[in-house]
Design a binder for this molecule. Structure first.
Ligand SMILES: Cc1cc2nc3c(=O)[nH]c(=O)nc-3n(C[C@H](O)[C@H](O)[C@H](O)COP(=O)(O)OP(=O)(O)OC[C@H]3O[C@@H](n4cnc5c(N)ncnc54)[C@H](O)[C@@H]3O)c2cc1C
Length: 376
């Protein structure tokens, strides 16, 4: 049963908030979105992210349900991006994994782990082992330094900043009421009461710590480099005991190199140690980074729940909280979006079972749809 015309207050205009605002406005609902920051999303994890969509690569550190969400994203992102009026860079040229000779044992362990995980999520394309010749064909400049590699077909990436900007344009086009520099909390609303929204969707990431006391930040530092002499075609990961970095090539010779993963809410600037590690590892993968120009050194914290898994819950009627996207926000956002829309429409979600996604919808009689005169 389609959701009756309703009014929504969305708290947080990072990745999840903007996606939900656009989809709900497109369905004809009134949407107000509030953010503590500006349209540039300077306080969001989404702005700093590399926005890789790499379910098999990430299966090394997450659960099969999240991996299945990542697989879902690879078909949903092209649909979601195709419906936007502004173009967003999206690529599905696979992920490359390489290692130095001395790290071969670690690479073998990772290969076995990825093969086992691929059997658990058989819809993912199988990884391919590349010898020197195959590696030279995939990324010619890497073959001089690496004797072998792994190729994970079908994995993707997008340009996070283009996406965030395109979603603002879309919100404008769909008459979403945008309230920038306006911090909010769910306590400020009484959903369903006169003059109040029917629904409050809390998508504030780390800003929702008051509602999720166990929510924590996992600090990540990222370097953005302009390097016209570097010719990598696809996200490339380095297996390394201390600096397991990735290099994500965006458009116009821009490379996002990341990311540290430090158990801390510290949002202070990148440390010298992290910067040295990221840049040394990138230089070891491709020496032409030496002549690149550092555009930005950025830090943000990933919003993370104790089990490192995402969650959706309904603490009271008319309030939904969506959080814990951790290091997989872009990879799982389409799944989180589709599950949230199912919950709003039907009070439950079939899809969530496929993704083993924790839904806590008690005590949850759906609020009656308002008269929503504005939409009549
Ligand atoms: C270094 C790094 C690298 C990453 N790389 C990847 C990757 O390659 N692939 C991937 O899939 N994911 C990646 N991620 C993860 C991804 O960025 C996050 O999972 C995702 O951004 C979380 O989305 P969100 O909407 O929940 O939170 P956010 O994007 O953080 O947005 C939260 C928003 O809430 C707002 N807010 C906070 N408090 C309030 C308040 N009181 N009132 C109103 N608004 C408020 C903030 O201003 C912010 O705009 C990375 C993250 C980091 C930090």
């Amino acid at each position: 049963m389609p959701l009756q015309p309703s009014s929504f207050a969305i708290l947080g205009a990072g990745l999840m908030g903007r996606l939900l605002a656009v989809e709900l406005a497109r369905q004809g609902h009134r949407v107000d979105i509030y953010d503590a920051g500006s349209p540039a999303a300077e306080n969001s994890a989404a702005t700093v992210a590399a926005a890789m969509l790499a379910p098999l690569a990430e299966s090394a550190i997450t659960e099969p349900g999240v991996v299945r969400m990542g697989h879902h994203a690879l078909t949903r992102w092209p649909e979601l991006l195709g419906a936007l009026s502004e173009p967003v860079f999206f690529q599905q040229a696979g992920t490359l994994i390489v290692w130095h000779r001395q790290d071969a044992a670690e690479a073998q362990r990772l290969t076995r782990q990825l093969e086992a995980n691929q059997h658990k999520v058989p819809e993912l394309p199988a990884l391919q082992k590349l010898d020197g010749a195959a590696l030279a064909q995939a990324e010619p400049t890497l073959a001089q330094r690496f004797a072998q590699g792994l190729y994970l077909p079908g994995e993707g990436q997008l340009d996070n900043r283009q996406l965030l900007a395109a979603l603002v344009v879309e919100m404008q086009r769909l008459s979403v009421h945008m309230h920038w520099h306006t911090p909010q909390s769910p306590e400020a609303f009484t959903p369903g009461a006169p003059g109040q929204p029917d629904w409050v969707l809390d998508c504030r990431g780390l800003g929702a710590k008051g509602q999720w006391p166990a929510l924590r930040g996992v600090r990540g530092e990222v370097v953005r480099i302009y390097a016209p002499d570097v010719t990598l075609q696809r996200p490339t990961r380095l297996v390394h005991p201390r600096y397991p970095i990735y290099i994500a090539p965006k458009e116009d010779h821009l490379f996002v190199i990341g990311a540290t993963e430090i158990e801390s809410d510290d949002l202070s600037p990148a440390s010298v140690r992290s910067t040295l590690e990221l840049l040394s590892a990138a230089y070891a993968v491709h020496p032409s980074f030496a002549e690149g120009r550092i555009l930005e050194l950025a830090t943000q914290c990933r919003p993370t729940l104790p089990d490192n898994l995402p969650a959706i819950r309904q603490p009271r009627p008319g309030v939904l909280e969506i959080n814990g996207l951790y290091r997989h926000g872009f990879m799982i956002a389409p799944a989180m979006l589709d599950v949230t829309l199912e919950v709003l429409n039907a009070g439950q979600s079939q899809l969530s079972q496929r993704f083993d996604l924790a839904l806590d919808l008690e005590p949850a009689p759906l609020p009656p749809p308002s008269a929503a005169a504005a939409f009549a």
